[in-house]
Design a protein. Structure first.
Length: 248
C-alpha cells in the first residue's frame, strides 16, 4: 500500500470507525425485541414497556434500549465484507472450471448487486410466506363477501360465519402489511450503512457521480426487488378469484 493510501486508510478508520462513547451504555435496558416471544412479535407488543413508560413521564435518551448486536455498524460492516468476499470467491471458483481462453471466463465478474440481493432475500425469507398469506386472505375475503351477500338474500344464519371470516382475513392483511415493511426496512437499514461506509471509503476509486448514485439507490434497490414476487402472488390471486367466480 502506498504512503498516501495508508494515510487515507488511517483517516478513514478514525472518522468512520471511532464513535463517541455512549455514556449510558452500562445502564441502558436490553432491547426487548431480543427476548420477545413470537406472539409478541406477531402483534408488535415488544415495545410496550417503553410506550407505557412514555405515558407516565417524558422518555429520555437514557431510557432507549441498547442496540442489538445484529444492528451494530461494526458487526454489519464485517458482514458486508464477508458477503462481498463470498461473491468474489464464487466467481473465482467458476473461472477455475472454465478454459483459460474461454470468452465466458473473461466476462465473469463479481456482482455486488447479486451478492446483496442474495443476502437480502435469505435474511428476509419470512416475507415470502407473509405475502403468500396476504394473497390467500384476499382471495378468501372476496369469496366470503360473495357468500355473505348471498346469505342476506337467503336469510341464512351462515352469514355470521362469513362475516367472521371477513374480519379475520382483514386482520391477516393488516398485520402482514406491517410485518413485510418491518422486516424489509430493518434488513435494508442494517446493510445500508456498511454499504455507504464502503462506497465513501477513500480506498475505493469511484467517480463522484457514480458514488452519489450508489449512495442514493443502495437503500431502494433491494426493497423494490423483494416485491417482485408480489407480481406473482397478486396475479395468481386475481386469476384464482376470477376462475372461482366464473365456476360459480
Amino acid at each position: 500500500m502506498s504512503p498516501q493510501n495508508e494515510k487515507d486508510s488511517a483517516t478513514y478508520d478514525k472518522v468512520n470507525v471511532a464513535t463517541p462513547a455512549d455514556k449510558y451504555i452500562e445502564t441502558r435496558p436490553r432491547n426487548t425485541f431480543e427476548t420477545a416471544s413470537w406472539l409478541s412479535k406477531l402483534f408488535f407488543a415488544w415495545p410496550q414497556d417503553l410506550l407505557t413508560e412514555g405515558l407516565i413521564r417524558p422518555v429520555e435518551e437514557k431510557d432507549l434500549p441498547a442496540i442489538m448486536t445484529d444492528e451494530q455498524s461494526k458487526h454489519n460492516r464485517a458482514k458486508f465484507e464477508k458477503v462481498w468476499h463470498d461473491e468474489v470467491t464464487r466467481v473465482e471458483i467458476l473461472k477455475n472450471k472454465l478454459p483459460l481462453n474461454s470468452k465466458k471466463r473473461a466476462s465473469l465478474r463479481p456482482s455486488l448487486h447479486r451478492a446483496l440481493l442474495k443476502d437480502f432475500i435469505i435474511t428476509t425469507w419470512i416475507v415470502q410466506p407473509l405475502m403468500f398469506a396476504s394473497s390467500t386472505a384476499r382471495i378468501v375475503m372476496s369469496i366470503s363477501l360473495g357468500y355473505l351477500i348471498q346469505s342476506f338474500i337467503d336469510k341464512s344464519k351462515e352469514g355470521y360465519w362469513w362475516a367472521a371470516i371477513l374480519v379475520f382475513c382483514n386482520a391477516v392483511v393488516l398485520f402482514e402489511h406491517h410485518h413485510v415493511f418491518f422486516f424489509t426496512v430493518s434488513a435494508d437499514s442494517i446493510m445500508f450503512y456498511p454499504c455507504l461506509l464502503t462506497i465513501d471509503s477513500p480506498l475505493i476509486t469511484i467517480p463522484v457521480a457514480e458514488r452519489n448514485a450508489a449512495s442514493n439507490w443502495s437503500s431502494r434497490l433491494n426493497i423494490c426487488k423483494i416485491f417482485e414476487t408480489q407480481l406473482g402472488w397478486g396475479r395468481g390471486s386475481c386469476f384464482y378469484g376470477s376462475d372461482f367466480k366464473l365456476g360459480q
